[in-house]
Design a protein around this ligand. Structure first.
Ligand code: PAF
Length: 289
């Protein structure tokens, strides 16, 4: 199936009018990989035979800080369209920047306190940019559901919070992280890595898996196991520079109190050369008492 391609807001509105059943939005920045394919397949299931999957492809300048990878971010539209066709996508909304930002964006979505920690602390303004563009795209596509990857755990937490607190009528569905055979989480930014950097990048998921394996011994042991992997990677060539390794409560995205037991998310972010990557795993912390 060849998806409809809309490059303007008017084109998206026209495509939307042809859609009958549930409309499922999969927001992306393109450079689609196996992780995105999992989102598209879930979207296809949710839409059912009578519904439609709309994929947005937009490299959103509002979420890139100065000196980051906005200009070098990959934009392979033809191969993205081919992937969308293979996965049964009904329409691709790939607007030009002037369509999304015809004038300066003076009104934005404030992500609140959780938007200032972890990714928000390392990328000031990032979640304001993400939430603002997700809201703008959702207002143009008017979906009943939207699908996000659990790899961007803080992003999906904040999208859910925006939907709840701004009374948007969209069900947010998440899909587990897709990994390469060596454990590296699928990401469009993996294409930046040289072979040596790619070896170093594996330490991120290794640290998470080592931490998860120690979850039965409590949070201190868990963090120590994960930190040992990161310390080895920091001493390697090329080195991994860790931005943070944090255990949070998935219900609040706040740091866990000592002696916490139950569902937790272990998050990591780090840079190899010029490439910054993030990853996380859900886990259950054992009670030690
Ligand atoms: O996760 C992404 O690809 C982006 O942050 C999103 C949600 C498409 C907003 O630009």
């Amino acid at each position: 199936m060849i998806p409809m391609l809309a490059r303007t807001r008017i084109g998206m509105a026209a495509a939307r009018q042809t859609m009958g059943g549930p409309v499922v939005l999969v927001p992306t920045m393109g450079a689609l990989h196996d992780g995105h394919r999992a989102l598209l397949r879930r979207g296809r299931e949710l839409a059912g035979p009578g519904g439609a999957v709309v994929v947005s492809i937009f490299v959103n300048p509002l979420q890139f800080g100065a000196g980051t990878d906005l200009d070098r971010y990959p934009r392979p539209l033809d191969s993205d369209l081919a992937i969308c066709g293979e996965e049964g996508v009904s329409a691709v909304f790939a607007p030009l920047t002037e369509q999304m930002y015809p004038s300066a964006q003076t009104v934005t979505v404030d992500p609140g306190p959780v938007g200032q920690v972890l990714e928000g602390a390392f990328r000031p303004g990032f979640f304001t940019g993400v939430l603002t563009v997700v809201l703008k795209i959702a207002n143009l596509v008017r979906p009943q559901m939207a699908v996000f990857g659990q790899k961007d755990a803080q992003q999906v937490f904040l999208v859910r919070r925006m939907v709840a607190e701004l009374n948007l009528e969209i069900d947010i569905v998440t899909v587990p992280t897709v990994r390469e055979p060596d454990g590296l989480a699928a990401s469009s930014r993996n294409s930046y890595l040289s072979p040596a950097e790619r070896v170093a990048a594996r330490s991120l998921s290794r640290a998470l898996f080592a931490g998860a394996a120690a979850a039965g011994q409590g949070s201190d042991a868990l963090l120590a196991a994960a930190r040992a992997e990161l310390a080895a990677a920091a001493a390697a060539d090329p080195p991994l520079v860790t931005d943070y390794l944090e255990l949070v409560n998935p219900a609040t995205f706040l740091e866990l109190p000592a002696c916490f037991s139950g569902q937790a998310t272990l998050l990591v972010a780090g840079t190899i050369g010029k490439t910054r990557l993030i990853d996380n795993v859900p886990l259950t912390l054992a009670s030690l008492s």
